[in-house]
Design a protein around this ligand. Structure first.
Ligand SMILES: Cc1cc2nc3c(=O)[nH]c(=O)nc-3n(C[C@H](O)[C@H](O)[C@H](O)COP(=O)(O)OP(=O)(O)OC[C@H]3O[C@@H](n4cnc5c(N)ncnc54)[C@H](O)[C@@H]3O)c2cc1C
Length: 414
């Protein structure tokens, strides 16, 4: 069932409507009962993992993975509008819309835009099949927003790179068998010109490749990211994407994709959470309380605003523009990340003392976890402050802030 009963305010093209029909029929015929209503937890049990793997396989066979990639690379060449339609249809019957994670959304677009034909043949199919699972080694202790200050270095040794240094906040390291990372390959070149973008296997022939992950606990208690140390890790020179010392442009493609088109359908999850909270509040007999209603009204109205800005973004996509451009991407990132934070705060407030109680073994419930996790959403993928700078300078044309790192391109600024 749709999470928002309101009619769509945009007129879809004939081809978009027929695509919606195709997806709807396919889902009716192929979505098994085991995935209907399935919530993928942040730490799935082995049973849920198995269900997810089966569903991922079904989607792969139906060519419903990496759907935005061009057909020649195994995707379906779907437009942003069609991707949004697909998300809506999955949401309508409440089945998980699985993707190939960072491989699909961050590395794939960079390979498609900057790799050689041979590299595309070698690296794209294993992302679609799920054989290669990537994590992102960009941030360093002294280079987050100021990404080009990175110091992890690599030297050329015959036909390979030998990598040494440290990264941090490597999300999903525990699932990955590949890491895409930025390394300084020419210390004498200007800051943005001596960097290479390289795909590094985490093991080689089953043996460790000099990469050590030291897990960092998040507030939720889960170690979802790590410090990452490279000690003489190696990667073939053929794994450098975009050319040796020319990795910055490749990295910019990845960062542009990081904010991507998810804003077009983020509201689907927001409405789902809203109705969930309404149910909980009603069960507590608080639904007629004016103060409660005010907060719920804000939550609903803002989700509607996000829905409409999502449609606006869809229109941009339909006109052939990409959503990663400075204005759309940054303002959407600010809006949804701040909305998510506030939404979880409201839930904590409305659930009152219950929000403080944790389960046996100290498990968090969904809202407690949401509250803690969403603190970080205004940080990753470019902080809200950096996004505001981009909107101010690039969209509104305000004068640049005098800043100590003025020679750099802040993360997320493309
Ligand atoms: C949950 C989570 C997952 C992450 N996953 C990954 C991952 O998988 N791989 C990866 O490589 N990285 C990852 N990161 C790192 C993330 O991209 C960085 O944290 C982010 O880019 C900010 O960098 P920083 O932490 O070094 O902060 P800093 O750059 O040190 O910034 C500190 C503060 O200063 C502000 N600031 C900095 N520069 C400016 C400026 N020019 N103008 C105004 N304010 C400024 C920032 O907004 C921030 O508030 C993750 C982070 C989080 C929280």
């Amino acid at each position: 069932m749709s999470t928002t009963g309101a009619p769509s305010p945009i007129a879809y093209s004939e081809s978009a409507l027929s695509f919606r029909k195709e997806i709807r029929i396919w889902l009716a015929d192929n979505a098994p009962d085991e995935v209907r209503g399935l919530r993928v937890p942040r730490e799935p049990s082995p049973e849920i993992e198995a269900v997810i793997a089966r569903w991922a396989q079904t989607l792969t066979e139906a060519r419903l993975m990496c759907v935005a990639w061009p057909e020649e690379y195994g995707g379906r060449g779907l437009s942003g509008v069609e991707v949004a339609i697909m998300n809506e249809e999955f949401d309508r019957i409440d089945v998980p819309r699985l993707t190939r994670g960072m491989g699909e959304s961050l590395v794939g677009p960079a390979i498609i835009a900057h790799a050689t034909p041979e590299q595309k043949r070698r690296f794209l199919p294993p992302i679609i099949s799920g054989e290669h699972v990537y994590c992102q080694g960009f941030s360093e202790p002294g280079a987050g927003s100021d990404l080009a200050s990175l110091t992890t270095s690599a030297i050329v040794d015959a036909d390979r790179l030998v990598i040494n240094g440290q990264k941090v906040w490597t999300s999903g390291f525990f699932k990955a068998n590949m890491i895409f990372t930025l390394v300084r390959t020419n210390p004498d070149a200007p800051k943005h010109h001596g960097i290479s973008y390289v795909l590094v296997p985490i093991t080689i022939d089953g043996k460790p490749n000099g990469i050590e992950f030291r897990p960092i606990n998040r507030m939720t208690g889960l170690a979802h990211f790590s410090e990452t140390f490279f000690a003489d890790a190696v990667a073939p020179l053929d794994n450098v994407i975009g050319g040796l010392n020319h990795g910055w442009q490749t990295a910019m493609t990845t960062l542009g994709s990081e904010r991507g088109a998810s804003a077009t359908t983020a509201h689907l999850a927001f409405f789902r959470r809203f109705w969930q909270l309404v149910g909980q509040v009603r069960a507590r007999g608080l639904i007629d309380d004016v103060r409660v209603r005010e907060q719920l009204a804000w939550m609903y109205a803002e989700a509607e605003v996000l829905r409409y800005t999502g449609f606006q973004l869809m229109a941009t996509l339909a006109s052939g523009n990409t959503p990663g451009g400075a204005g759309n991407g940054s303002s959407n990132k600010i809006r949804w990340s701040e909305y998510e934070r506030r939404m979880a705060e409201i839930a904590m407030d409305l659930l009152g003392p219950d929000s403080l109680v944790v389960g046996p073994g100290y498990e968090l419930d969904e809202w407690q976890e949401e509250f803690l996790v969403t603190r970080s959403h205004t940080i990753w993928g470019g902080t809200a402050e950096v996004q505001r700078n981009i909107v101010g300078e690039r969209v509104l044309g305000l004068p640049k802030d005098p800043q100590p790192i003025s020679s750099t391109t802040p993360r997320g600024n493309q």
